[in-house]
Ligand binder design. Sequence first.
Ligand code: PMP
Length: 396
Amino acid sequence: MYSNRQLFLNHVAQTSTAPLMLEIERAQGMYMYDVSGKKYLDLIAGISVSNLGHSHPAVVNAVKEQAEKYMHLMVYGEFVESPQVKYAKRLTEFLPTTLNNVYFTNSGAEATEGAMKLAKRITGRTRFVSFKNAYHGSTQGALSILGDEYFKRKFRPLLPDTLQLAYNSEEDLEKISCRTAAVIIEPVQAESGITVPTKKFIQVLRKRCDETGTLLVFDEAQTGLGRTGKMFAFEHYGVVPDILLLAKALGGGMPLGAFISSKEKMSLLAENPVLGHITTFGGHPVCCAAGLAAFNVLVGENLTAEVEAKGKLFDELLVHSKIKSKHSIGLMLALEFESFEQNKKIIDRCIEQGVLTDWFLFASHCMRIAPPLIITEEEIRFSCGVILEAIDTTGN
Ligand code: PMP
Protein backbone atom coordinates (compact mmCIF):
# COMPACT_ATOMS: atom_id res chain seq x y z
CA MET A 1 0.00 0.00 0.00
CA TYR A 2 1.37 3.37 -0.99
CA SER A 3 0.98 6.29 1.38
CA ASN A 4 -0.83 9.39 0.19
CA ARG A 5 2.52 11.16 0.20
CA GLN A 6 3.98 8.58 -2.19
CA LEU A 7 0.87 8.71 -4.39
CA PHE A 8 1.16 12.51 -4.42
CA LEU A 9 4.73 12.25 -5.70
CA ASN A 10 3.79 9.60 -8.27
CA HIS A 11 0.53 10.91 -9.68
CA VAL A 12 0.20 14.62 -8.96
CA ALA A 13 2.40 16.56 -11.37
CA GLN A 14 5.52 17.76 -9.61
CA THR A 15 7.06 21.05 -10.66
CA SER A 16 8.76 21.89 -7.39
CA THR A 17 11.97 20.22 -6.29
CA ALA A 18 11.20 21.00 -2.66
CA PRO A 19 7.46 20.64 -2.00
CA LEU A 20 6.48 21.31 1.61
CA MET A 21 4.68 17.91 1.63
CA LEU A 22 2.28 18.66 4.49
CA GLU A 23 -0.84 16.53 4.35
CA ILE A 24 -3.62 18.68 5.72
CA GLU A 25 -6.89 17.18 6.85
CA ARG A 26 -8.75 20.36 7.73
CA ALA A 27 -8.16 24.06 8.20
CA GLN A 28 -10.04 26.58 10.28
CA GLY A 29 -9.30 30.25 10.88
CA MET A 30 -5.55 30.76 11.42
CA TYR A 31 -4.78 27.06 11.69
CA MET A 32 -4.25 24.00 9.52
CA TYR A 33 -4.34 20.48 10.97
CA ASP A 34 -2.40 17.61 9.41
CA VAL A 35 -3.41 13.96 9.27
CA SER A 36 -1.68 13.25 12.59
CA GLY A 37 -3.69 16.05 14.24
CA LYS A 38 -0.71 18.40 14.49
CA LYS A 39 -1.67 22.07 14.19
CA TYR A 40 0.09 24.75 12.17
CA LEU A 41 -0.31 28.49 12.48
CA ASP A 42 -0.59 29.78 8.91
CA LEU A 43 1.73 32.72 8.18
CA ILE A 44 1.33 32.65 4.40
CA ALA A 45 -2.43 32.38 3.77
CA GLY A 46 -1.99 30.17 0.69
CA ILE A 47 0.12 33.00 -0.80
CA SER A 48 -2.05 35.97 0.13
CA VAL A 49 -5.35 34.20 -0.54
CA SER A 50 -7.00 33.43 2.79
CA ASN A 51 -7.47 36.98 4.12
CA LEU A 52 -10.17 35.82 6.55
CA GLY A 53 -8.32 32.65 7.50
CA HIS A 54 -9.55 29.24 6.44
CA SER A 55 -13.14 28.20 5.86
CA HIS A 56 -14.74 31.31 7.33
CA PRO A 57 -18.35 30.39 8.18
CA ALA A 58 -19.79 33.24 6.10
CA VAL A 59 -17.87 32.01 3.05
CA VAL A 60 -18.73 28.35 3.65
CA ASN A 61 -22.43 29.25 3.93
CA ALA A 62 -22.31 31.32 0.77
CA VAL A 63 -20.73 28.39 -1.10
CA LYS A 64 -23.36 25.95 0.18
CA GLU A 65 -26.27 28.26 -0.55
CA GLN A 66 -25.11 29.07 -4.07
CA ALA A 67 -24.21 25.44 -4.89
CA GLU A 68 -27.75 24.46 -3.93
CA LYS A 69 -29.27 27.18 -6.15
CA TYR A 70 -27.09 26.68 -9.21
CA MET A 71 -23.49 26.10 -10.22
CA HIS A 72 -22.27 26.48 -13.80
CA LEU A 73 -25.04 27.54 -16.18
CA MET A 74 -23.47 29.07 -19.25
CA VAL A 75 -20.20 30.56 -20.55
CA TYR A 76 -19.21 33.98 -19.25
CA GLY A 77 -21.36 36.96 -20.10
CA GLU A 78 -24.45 35.30 -21.54
CA PHE A 79 -26.72 34.88 -18.53
CA VAL A 80 -27.45 37.37 -15.77
CA GLU A 81 -26.00 35.52 -12.79
CA SER A 82 -26.75 37.35 -9.60
CA PRO A 83 -23.54 36.43 -7.65
CA GLN A 84 -21.49 38.03 -10.47
CA VAL A 85 -23.72 41.07 -10.69
CA LYS A 86 -23.76 41.67 -6.94
CA TYR A 87 -20.00 41.22 -6.55
CA ALA A 88 -19.14 43.45 -9.52
CA LYS A 89 -21.46 46.15 -8.16
CA ARG A 90 -20.05 45.87 -4.61
CA LEU A 91 -16.39 45.92 -5.72
CA THR A 92 -16.86 48.95 -7.92
CA GLU A 93 -18.44 50.87 -5.02
CA PHE A 94 -14.91 50.87 -3.57
CA LEU A 95 -13.22 51.96 -6.80
CA PRO A 96 -12.97 55.24 -8.74
CA THR A 97 -15.61 55.68 -11.45
CA THR A 98 -13.03 54.94 -14.18
CA LEU A 99 -12.84 51.40 -12.78
CA ASN A 100 -16.52 50.58 -12.96
CA ASN A 101 -16.58 47.45 -15.13
CA VAL A 102 -15.41 44.00 -14.03
CA TYR A 103 -14.43 41.01 -16.13
CA PHE A 104 -14.21 38.01 -13.78
CA THR A 105 -11.66 35.32 -14.63
CA ASN A 106 -10.55 31.96 -13.23
CA SER A 107 -7.13 33.09 -12.06
CA GLY A 108 -4.59 35.87 -11.78
CA ALA A 109 -2.82 34.76 -14.95
CA GLU A 110 -6.06 34.92 -16.92
CA ALA A 111 -6.68 38.42 -15.57
CA THR A 112 -3.23 39.41 -16.88
CA GLU A 113 -3.98 37.86 -20.27
CA GLY A 114 -7.31 39.65 -20.48
CA ALA A 115 -5.75 42.98 -19.55
CA MET A 116 -3.01 42.59 -22.17
CA LYS A 117 -5.56 41.81 -24.87
CA LEU A 118 -7.72 44.74 -23.80
CA ALA A 119 -4.69 47.06 -23.88
CA LYS A 120 -3.95 45.99 -27.48
CA ARG A 121 -7.52 46.79 -28.47
CA ILE A 122 -7.62 50.17 -26.72
CA THR A 123 -4.28 51.46 -27.98
CA GLY A 124 -3.77 49.55 -31.23
CA ARG A 125 -0.20 49.03 -29.99
CA THR A 126 1.64 45.80 -29.20
CA ARG A 127 4.54 46.62 -26.89
CA PHE A 128 4.33 45.73 -23.21
CA VAL A 129 6.55 47.13 -20.54
CA SER A 130 6.97 45.38 -17.19
CA PHE A 131 9.68 45.16 -14.57
CA LYS A 132 12.59 43.00 -13.51
CA ASN A 133 11.51 40.46 -10.87
CA ALA A 134 7.84 40.94 -11.73
CA TYR A 135 5.42 38.03 -11.59
CA HIS A 136 2.08 38.21 -13.38
CA GLY A 137 1.25 34.53 -13.95
CA SER A 138 2.54 31.45 -15.73
CA THR A 139 0.62 31.39 -19.03
CA GLN A 140 2.53 32.47 -22.13
CA GLY A 141 1.39 36.10 -22.34
CA ALA A 142 1.96 36.58 -18.63
CA LEU A 143 5.27 34.73 -18.89
CA SER A 144 6.35 37.12 -21.65
CA ILE A 145 6.23 40.01 -19.18
CA LEU A 146 7.69 38.06 -16.25
CA GLY A 147 10.85 39.74 -15.01
CA ASP A 148 13.22 36.81 -14.73
CA GLU A 149 15.06 35.20 -17.62
CA TYR A 150 15.64 31.83 -15.91
CA PHE A 151 11.91 31.14 -15.78
CA LYS A 152 11.34 32.25 -19.38
CA ARG A 153 14.17 31.06 -21.53
CA LYS A 154 13.10 27.46 -22.11
CA PHE A 155 9.63 28.60 -23.18
CA ARG A 156 10.68 30.93 -25.97
CA PRO A 157 9.48 32.13 -28.40
CA LEU A 158 7.17 34.22 -26.24
CA LEU A 159 5.52 37.53 -27.16
CA PRO A 160 8.12 39.44 -29.15
CA ASP A 161 7.53 43.03 -28.14
CA THR A 162 8.23 43.24 -24.43
CA LEU A 163 10.65 45.18 -22.27
CA GLN A 164 11.51 44.85 -18.58
CA LEU A 165 12.61 47.95 -16.72
CA ALA A 166 14.30 48.31 -13.35
CA TYR A 167 11.68 48.54 -10.61
CA ASN A 168 11.68 51.86 -8.80
CA SER A 169 14.06 53.52 -11.29
CA GLU A 170 12.60 56.82 -12.50
CA GLU A 171 15.30 57.03 -15.15
CA ASP A 172 14.20 53.77 -16.77
CA LEU A 173 10.65 55.11 -17.18
CA GLU A 174 11.95 57.18 -20.10
CA LYS A 175 11.88 53.94 -22.11
CA ILE A 176 8.08 54.01 -22.08
CA SER A 177 7.20 55.43 -25.50
CA CYS A 178 4.35 56.18 -27.88
CA ARG A 179 4.75 52.57 -29.03
CA THR A 180 3.93 51.13 -25.61
CA ALA A 181 0.47 49.63 -25.23
CA ALA A 182 0.63 49.20 -21.48
CA VAL A 183 2.88 49.18 -18.48
CA ILE A 184 2.03 46.34 -16.13
CA ILE A 185 3.29 46.69 -12.61
CA GLU A 186 2.72 45.39 -9.11
CA PRO A 187 2.29 48.49 -6.91
CA VAL A 188 4.34 46.55 -4.35
CA GLN A 189 6.51 43.88 -5.90
CA ALA A 190 5.95 40.62 -4.06
CA GLU A 191 8.12 37.81 -5.42
CA SER A 192 11.31 39.89 -5.37
CA GLY A 193 11.02 39.69 -1.57
CA ILE A 194 8.62 42.64 -1.02
CA THR A 195 9.86 45.75 -2.80
CA VAL A 196 7.94 48.89 -1.91
CA PRO A 197 8.50 51.64 -4.50
CA THR A 198 8.60 55.32 -3.68
CA LYS A 199 5.41 57.33 -4.08
CA LYS A 200 7.30 59.54 -6.50
CA PHE A 201 8.24 56.60 -8.73
CA ILE A 202 4.61 55.55 -9.11
CA GLN A 203 3.54 59.15 -9.73
CA VAL A 204 6.22 59.69 -12.37
CA LEU A 205 5.14 56.40 -13.96
CA ARG A 206 1.52 57.58 -14.13
CA LYS A 207 2.69 60.86 -15.72
CA ARG A 208 4.89 59.11 -18.27
CA CYS A 209 1.99 56.83 -19.24
CA ASP A 210 -0.29 59.85 -19.67
CA GLU A 211 2.29 61.66 -21.82
CA THR A 212 2.74 58.69 -24.15
CA GLY A 213 -0.88 57.49 -24.29
CA THR A 214 0.16 54.27 -22.56
CA LEU A 215 -2.23 52.37 -20.32
CA LEU A 216 -1.20 51.76 -16.74
CA VAL A 217 -2.12 48.33 -15.39
CA PHE A 218 -1.75 47.60 -11.67
CA ASP A 219 -1.49 43.94 -10.79
CA GLU A 220 -2.94 43.77 -7.29
CA ALA A 221 -3.23 39.98 -7.15
CA GLN A 222 -1.27 39.97 -3.89
CA THR A 223 -1.67 43.55 -2.67
CA GLY A 224 -5.42 43.92 -3.24
CA LEU A 225 -8.18 43.67 -0.68
CA GLY A 226 -6.53 45.01 2.43
CA ARG A 227 -3.15 43.31 2.63
CA THR A 228 -1.10 46.51 2.52
CA GLY A 229 -3.31 48.38 4.99
CA LYS A 230 -5.50 49.95 2.29
CA MET A 231 -8.25 48.21 0.36
CA PHE A 232 -6.14 48.63 -2.80
CA ALA A 233 -2.41 49.38 -2.78
CA PHE A 234 -2.82 52.11 -5.42
CA GLU A 235 -4.44 54.22 -2.70
CA HIS A 236 -0.98 54.66 -1.11
CA TYR A 237 0.27 56.62 -4.11
CA GLY A 238 -2.59 58.94 -5.06
CA VAL A 239 -2.79 57.53 -8.60
CA VAL A 240 -5.41 55.44 -10.36
CA PRO A 241 -4.57 52.74 -12.92
CA ASP A 242 -6.42 52.34 -16.22
CA ILE A 243 -6.81 48.62 -15.60
CA LEU A 244 -6.75 46.89 -12.22
CA LEU A 245 -6.00 43.18 -11.78
CA LEU A 246 -7.28 41.26 -8.78
CA ALA A 247 -6.99 37.57 -7.87
CA LYS A 248 -5.85 35.55 -4.85
CA ALA A 249 -8.08 36.85 -2.00
CA LEU A 250 -10.81 37.90 -4.45
CA GLY A 251 -12.61 34.52 -4.22
CA GLY A 252 -12.44 34.15 -0.43
CA GLY A 253 -10.57 30.86 -0.96
CA MET A 254 -12.28 29.91 -4.23
CA PRO A 255 -10.62 30.46 -7.64
CA LEU A 256 -11.44 33.93 -8.94
CA GLY A 257 -9.58 36.75 -10.65
CA ALA A 258 -10.65 39.92 -12.41
CA PHE A 259 -9.51 42.66 -14.73
CA ILE A 260 -11.33 45.89 -14.11
CA SER A 261 -11.52 49.01 -16.25
CA SER A 262 -14.12 51.51 -17.48
CA LYS A 263 -17.26 50.33 -19.24
CA GLU A 264 -16.21 52.35 -22.26
CA LYS A 265 -12.76 50.72 -22.52
CA MET A 266 -14.09 47.25 -21.76
CA SER A 267 -16.68 47.54 -24.54
CA LEU A 268 -13.88 47.13 -27.10
CA LEU A 269 -13.86 43.42 -26.25
CA ALA A 270 -17.31 43.22 -27.81
CA GLU A 271 -16.22 44.74 -31.14
CA ASN A 272 -14.44 43.32 -34.14
CA PRO A 273 -13.96 40.61 -33.06
CA VAL A 274 -16.89 40.08 -30.78
CA LEU A 275 -16.15 37.81 -27.84
CA GLY A 276 -12.70 39.39 -27.47
CA HIS A 277 -12.08 37.32 -24.37
CA ILE A 278 -13.91 34.06 -23.74
CA THR A 279 -14.00 31.99 -20.58
CA THR A 280 -16.24 29.08 -19.67
CA PHE A 281 -15.78 29.11 -15.93
CA GLY A 282 -14.56 32.69 -15.25
CA GLY A 283 -16.84 34.35 -12.71
CA HIS A 284 -18.25 31.00 -11.59
CA PRO A 285 -21.34 31.73 -9.49
CA VAL A 286 -20.10 29.75 -6.47
CA CYS A 287 -16.75 31.57 -6.57
CA CYS A 288 -18.43 34.97 -6.88
CA ALA A 289 -20.81 34.17 -4.00
CA ALA A 290 -17.83 33.11 -1.86
CA GLY A 291 -15.83 36.19 -2.86
CA LEU A 292 -18.70 38.54 -2.11
CA ALA A 293 -19.26 36.97 1.32
CA ALA A 294 -15.54 37.31 2.11
CA PHE A 295 -15.48 40.90 0.85
CA ASN A 296 -18.44 41.80 3.02
CA VAL A 297 -16.74 40.36 6.13
CA LEU A 298 -13.53 42.25 5.26
CA VAL A 299 -15.47 45.50 5.02
CA GLY A 300 -17.97 44.78 7.83
CA GLU A 301 -15.25 43.95 10.35
CA ASN A 302 -12.98 46.71 9.08
CA LEU A 303 -10.05 44.28 9.03
CA THR A 304 -7.96 46.50 6.78
CA ALA A 305 -7.73 49.13 9.52
CA GLU A 306 -5.74 46.74 11.76
CA VAL A 307 -3.27 45.64 9.11
CA GLU A 308 -0.67 48.38 9.54
CA ALA A 309 -0.38 47.93 13.32
CA LYS A 310 -0.16 44.14 12.98
CA GLY A 311 2.61 44.46 10.38
CA LYS A 312 4.44 46.89 12.65
CA LEU A 313 4.30 44.45 15.55
CA PHE A 314 5.91 41.74 13.39
CA ASP A 315 8.59 44.23 12.41
CA GLU A 316 9.27 45.25 16.02
CA LEU A 317 9.47 41.68 17.28
CA LEU A 318 11.53 40.19 14.47
CA VAL A 319 14.95 41.50 15.44
CA HIS A 320 17.94 39.18 15.13
CA SER A 321 21.55 39.61 14.06
CA LYS A 322 21.10 36.91 11.39
CA ILE A 323 18.25 38.79 9.69
CA LYS A 324 20.17 40.77 7.05
CA SER A 325 17.29 43.05 6.11
CA LYS A 326 13.51 43.34 6.36
CA HIS A 327 11.11 44.64 3.75
CA SER A 328 7.46 45.16 4.42
CA ILE A 329 4.19 46.96 3.98
CA GLY A 330 1.15 46.02 6.04
CA LEU A 331 0.95 42.24 6.33
CA MET A 332 3.42 41.54 3.52
CA LEU A 333 6.83 40.98 5.02
CA ALA A 334 10.15 39.54 3.90
CA LEU A 335 13.08 38.60 6.14
CA GLU A 336 16.36 38.33 4.30
CA PHE A 337 18.86 35.65 5.29
CA GLU A 338 22.31 34.82 4.00
CA SER A 339 21.25 32.01 1.65
CA PHE A 340 18.38 29.76 0.54
CA GLU A 341 19.97 26.92 2.54
CA GLN A 342 19.85 28.94 5.74
CA ASN A 343 16.32 30.18 5.02
CA LYS A 344 15.09 26.66 4.25
CA LYS A 345 16.52 25.31 7.51
CA ILE A 346 14.75 28.05 9.45
CA ILE A 347 11.48 27.46 7.58
CA ASP A 348 11.69 23.70 8.19
CA ARG A 349 12.32 24.29 11.89
CA CYS A 350 9.32 26.67 12.06
CA ILE A 351 7.13 24.03 10.42
CA GLU A 352 8.37 21.46 12.95
CA GLN A 353 7.34 23.89 15.66
CA GLY A 354 3.91 24.42 14.09
CA VAL A 355 4.37 27.70 12.19
CA LEU A 356 4.03 27.69 8.41
CA THR A 357 6.14 30.12 6.36
CA ASP A 358 7.70 30.00 2.91
CA TRP A 359 10.17 31.73 0.58
CA PHE A 360 9.73 33.91 -2.52
CA LEU A 361 9.97 32.89 -6.17
CA PHE A 362 12.76 35.35 -7.03
CA ALA A 363 14.19 35.64 -3.53
CA SER A 364 14.61 32.16 -2.13
CA HIS A 365 16.87 33.51 0.63
CA CYS A 366 13.97 35.57 2.02
CA MET A 367 11.23 34.28 4.33
CA ARG A 368 7.67 35.16 3.40
CA ILE A 369 5.26 36.35 6.07
CA ALA A 370 1.78 37.15 4.77
CA PRO A 371 -0.72 35.75 7.26
CA PRO A 372 -4.50 35.94 7.15
CA LEU A 373 -5.49 39.48 8.15
CA ILE A 374 -7.38 38.08 11.16
CA ILE A 375 -4.16 37.13 12.97
CA THR A 376 -4.26 38.25 16.62
CA GLU A 377 -1.58 40.00 18.68
CA GLU A 378 -1.07 36.81 20.67
CA GLU A 379 -0.57 34.79 17.48
CA ILE A 380 1.90 37.36 16.14
CA ARG A 381 3.90 37.18 19.39
CA PHE A 382 3.82 33.38 19.36
CA SER A 383 4.91 33.05 15.74
CA CYS A 384 7.71 35.60 16.09
CA GLY A 385 8.96 33.65 19.11
CA VAL A 386 9.04 30.48 17.02
CA ILE A 387 10.84 32.21 14.13
CA LEU A 388 13.49 33.72 16.42
CA GLU A 389 14.03 30.38 18.14
CA ALA A 390 14.35 28.70 14.74
CA ILE A 391 16.97 31.24 13.67
CA ASP A 392 18.92 30.58 16.87
CA THR A 393 18.79 26.80 16.63
CA THR A 394 19.56 26.40 12.95
CA GLY A 395 22.85 28.31 13.04
CA ASN A 396 24.22 29.26 9.64
N1 PMP B 1 0.08 38.39 -10.34
C1 PMP B 1 0.71 38.33 -9.17
C2 PMP B 1 1.29 39.58 -8.59
C3 PMP B 1 0.83 37.11 -8.50
O1 PMP B 1 1.48 37.06 -7.33
C4 PMP B 1 0.27 35.97 -9.08
C5 PMP B 1 0.35 34.62 -8.40
N2 PMP B 1 1.40 34.42 -7.55
C6 PMP B 1 -0.39 36.08 -10.31
C7 PMP B 1 -0.47 37.31 -10.91
C8 PMP B 1 -0.96 34.88 -11.01
O2 PMP B 1 -2.05 34.38 -10.34
P1 PMP B 1 -2.52 32.86 -10.59
O3 PMP B 1 -1.54 31.98 -9.92
O4 PMP B 1 -3.90 32.84 -9.98
O5 PMP B 1 -2.56 32.67 -12.05
